[in-house]
Write a protein that binds this ligand. Structure first.
Ligand code: FAD
Length: 372
């Protein structure tokens, strides 16, 4: 049996490490990634201000994996009928089961001039380009526009504001968001905290502002034009080219079909409110969703009246659990509270911050790394 994992980002690497432990010894496990390292992508914005971070957030795959064969190549297509994956350089690979974990690309929504005039932020090279452009074009004064105030956008705006202050530069940082709040898919308390922090750092936040077109000097929005020197676009995500630009909807078990799964940003399963209706209707729905989330969180934290019997485990109260030999019950939250290591006793193998002590993961194994 051959199991393929396409992509070694957070989803692909976590899955591959789990499969290394769970698959029978005679099953072949192959991971295909377009780079020989795992990128801790949610830290990539830090490399704008601290270029040395780039080394710490790239983890060699042959150190992070044990028995999997790692193929460094670009996936160009997945033929689900033939159960074959096409690669840019090497021969196609057949599979019995395949997990597509290719992440997502930046979405430009066909906005005229946006793609050609903006810098995205997905990779270390993007962070470097943003830093270089900041020093070339904005050091002496100028305007950086960050389009999209999701998690990456707010973090980019924060890093750029900190960089400006550290360097004594004079650039204006403008954060533009189409919806009515920064971090729009989070609770209102989180949104307020992020907004206050950004305002404290002198970021000019413009919500309910939609980018309509971009020229080499101006971002045209529905609330007026903004002259800019550097435009960073973090306004949305689309599927990888190998998936035809799609992020397919999958079933609850992440299956696209009997043999093919899609995990992580590559699918739309985890999407909460992205693409939610705009305007008043959207605001009402988001407030309602926030209330439901808050209630669920309160319920999770409330101690159960008596321990719940679970297969191989006993639950004293949610958030604190004991795991028996059979391991962690599947439907419990994956992580305990911060600093709580109890979830590891059941034998789960998450890639955790501690694995990166000293900027490198603990040496774990000797996965073979091949270029086909
Ligand atoms: C600046 C920034 C800040 C963020 N902050 C947060 C945060 O604070 N909290 C949070 O929850 N999320 C955050 N995110 C989002 C988070 O990083 C993603 O949700 C997460 O990385 C998705 O994991 P993934 O494995 O699905 O995809 P990815 O991490 O994108 O991994 C995809 C992998 O597939 C590889 N790949 C892609 N295409 C191909 C191909 N055709 N062939 C071969 N290999 C390919 C890539 O090189 C990569 O290794 C942030 C993202 C960014 C950019």
């Amino acid at each position: 049996m051959r199991v393929l994992v396409l992509g070694a980002g957070y989803a692909g690497l976590t899955l591959a490490r789990d499969l290394e432990r769970r698959l029978p010894a005679d099953a072949d496990l192959t991971v295909v990634n377009d780079a020989p390292h795992h990128l801790v992508q949610h830290e990539v914005h830090r490399a704008i201000r601290r270029p040395a971070v780039a080394d710490a957030i790239r983890v060699p795959l042959d150190e992070a994996l044990d028995r999997a064969e790692v193929v460094v190549d670009r996936v160009t297509g997945v033929d689900r009928d033939a159960r074959t994956v096409e690669l840019a350089e090497g021969d196609a690979i057949d599979y019995d089961y395949c997990a597509v974990c290719l992440g997502a690309e930046t979405a430009y929504y066909g906005i005229p001039g946006l793609e050609s005039h903006s810098v995205p932020l997905k990779r270390v090279a993007d962070a470097k380009a943003i830093r270089d452009r900041f020093f070339d074009d904005c050091d002496e004064g100028g305007t950086v526009v960050v389009g999209g105030a999701g998690l990456s956008g707010v973090q980019v705006a924060g890093e750029l504001a900190a960089l400006r202050d550290e360097e004594g530069a004079h650039a204006d940082i403008v954060l533009v968001e189409q919806l009515d709040a920064v971090a729009p898919s989070f609770d209102e308390s989180f949104q307020r905290a992020v907004r206050d922090e950004l305002l404290d750092r002198g970021v000019d936040i413009r919500t309910e502002t939609t980018v309509e077109s971009v020229t080499d000097a101006t971002v045209a929005t529905d609330t007026g034009d903004i002259d800019y020197d550097l435009l960073v676009w973090t306004g949305g995500i689309a599927g990888d080219e190998a998936m035809g630009g799609e992020r397919p909807a999958v079933r609850a078990d992440l299956r696209l079909d009997r043999r093919t799964f899609v995990v992580g940003d590559a699918d739309r399963a985890g999407e909460r409110l992205r693409g939610a209706p705009r305007g008043e209707d959207g605001r009402r729905k988001r407030r309602r969703a926030g209330r439901v989330r808050d209630r669920r969180r309160r319920e999770r934290l409330r101690p159960a009246a008596r321990p719940l019997p679970l297969r191989g485990a006993r639950l004293d109260c949610l958030g604190r659990r004991r795991c028996g030999r059979a391991g962690r019950p599947e439907h419990l939250p994956r992580e305990g509270r911060e600093g709580d290591e109890s979830h590891r006793r059941g034998g789960t193998s998450h890639l955790r911050r501690g694995d990166f002590a000293g900027g490198r993961p603990r040496r774990r194994g000797t996965a073979r790394l091949t270029r086909r």
